[in-house]
Design a protein around this ligand. Structure first.
Ligand code: ACO
Length: 397
């Protein structure tokens, strides 16, 4: 609640707000969050209703255009996205330049940025049609590129997209299908995948979206901006948390070790934090986590793995943390990433792909913010700093 405003000679005043805890960097009509009451609205629609009644491509349309599509608009949108799912054959050569054991987020930063090398026809950021085409290309190609990362890492051939499948089905088929055998996508898992995409679609000015807006403010092309967003998302304090949750559960290993890890998380001298707990904005509960938890129960029930030992550790950890005074006092609740990792693991997605799936889902949020930025009067983002270094001094004689 304290804003430190300091005079700056010749330049009026500026505020000092480390971590942008209280500073709005822009106006936006896309997403509203009320952290105290656990409310998240996209273009006015509650996230719970979108997760229940909508599907990911419809949410993409909504975020990008401001309104839900009519049936005709939706059909056209879905067809357009389907027409852009392939990637240029030469892009597949890029993968060969990476080590097979490279982290897929490292590969994504590279190949998504490289898309700008293929689409010179649509890089005029001042042309609304160009911006629209770039958005379509990105939404359509992210699942293809994400699945290619996985296939490359396990030495299997890339799978081409199959455009009569839904967005989630197509992704699962490109991940787990092979050219030698038909792959039947389980509709419950495809729906769970779609929910994960919806729940990660946008979250106003988080670190990666702010990065995309800031990069975009210089006039950089959208593929470069999204690559910057992917890089910012990768960190464990942000999108990397879903991967970190599973690694943490592995490290805990056995339920009897939970108290030791809780104590570590509470120790002010230990940098360890419970991954998947806490949120900068939600100080009550994360509404996405509630939906995710329900989906998690459905998926695990369907697969008959409710007794998975890692899941049992997760449930006990959640229970202990929810009752522990340290977590209660600081309003640290499980966030969306606590459950998404458990679902993704159950679906068979390797841990190092979790943040890639977050990036795939968040691409629509990033590109919607980038488009909103360029659709209204704007200026380059240029934060100030509070200089705490040496005063002017003379170079030694
Ligand atoms: N485990 C233990 N203690 C925690 C945790 C945690 N996960 N998160 C916050 N705290 C403590 C801090 O140590 C601090 O304690 P103090 O007041 O005694 O110093 C207090 O809670 C407030 O924490 P801040 O770091 O000030 O909160 P901030 O808003 O800056 O950080 C963040 C939010 C980064 C999400 C943090 O809670 C965290 O690191 N969580 C774990 C990583 C995670 O799950 N990230 C995913 C975020 S959601 C997303 O990106 C989709």
């Amino acid at each position: 609640d304290v804003i430190d405003v300091r005079p700056l000679t010749g330049n009026g005043l500026f505020t000092y707000d480390p971590g942008f805890v209280s500073t709005a960097a822009c106006e936006s009509k896309i997403t509203y969050i009320d952290g105290a009451n656990g409310i998240l609205l996209h273009r006015g629609y509650p996230i719970e209703q979108l997760a229940e009644k909508s599907d990911y491509l419809e949410v993409c349309y909504l975020l990008l255009n401001g309104e839900l599509p009519t049936a005709e608009q939706k059909e056209k949108f879905v067809n357009t996205i389907s027409n852009h799912t392939m990637v240029h054959e030469q892009l597949s050569q890029f993968f060969k330049g990476f080590r097979r054991d490279a982290h897929p987020m490292a590969i994504m930063c590279g190949v998504v940025g490289a898309l700008s090398a293929f689409y010179h026809d649509s890089l005029d950021i001042n042309d609304p049609h160009h911006r629209e085409v770039c958005a379509y290309r990105l939404i359509a190609k992210m699942p293809t590129l994400a699945a290619m990362c996985y296939k490359y890492s396990i030495g299997q051939p890339f799978m081409y997209p199959q455009n009569n499948l839904s967005y989630g089905e197509n992704f699962l088929r490109m991940m787990f299908g092979t050219p030698c055998a038909d792959y039947e996508v389980n509709p419950v898992l495809a729906r769970a995948m779609d929910r994960i995409f919806i729940l990660h679609a946008d979250h106003e000015q988080n670190a990666s979206t702010s990065t995309v807006r800031l990069a975009g403010s210089s006039g950089a092309n959208p593929f470069a901006c999204i690559a910057a967003g992917i890089a910012a998302l990768w960190g464990p304090a942000h999108g990397g948390a879903n991967e970190a949750v599973l690694n943490m559960l592995d490290e805990i290993g056995d339920a009897e070790n939970i108290p030791e890890f809780i104590e570590k998380a509470k120790d002010p001298n230990d940098p360890f934090r419970l991954m998947g707990f806490g949120h900068r904005v939600y100080r009550n509960f994360d509404p996405r986590a509630k939906v995710m938890k329900k989906t998690c129960d459905e998926v695990l029930g369907l697969l008959g793995i409710e007794n998975d030992p890692q899941l049992q550790i997760a449930k006990q950890l959640e229970q202990i943390a929810l009752e522990d005074e340290y977590f209660v006092k600081r309003k640290l609740y499980p966030n969306v990433d606590f459950y998404s990792g458990i679902i993704l693991k159950a679906i068979g997605i390797p841990t190092n792909m979790f943040t890639v799936i977050f990036a795939l889902s968040r691409t629509i949020g990033w590109i919607s913010h980038w488009n909103e930025f360029h659709s209204s009067p704007n200026k380059i983002g240029r934060p100030r700093q509070l200089y705490t270094g040496e005063q002017q001094r003379d170079y030694p004689a």
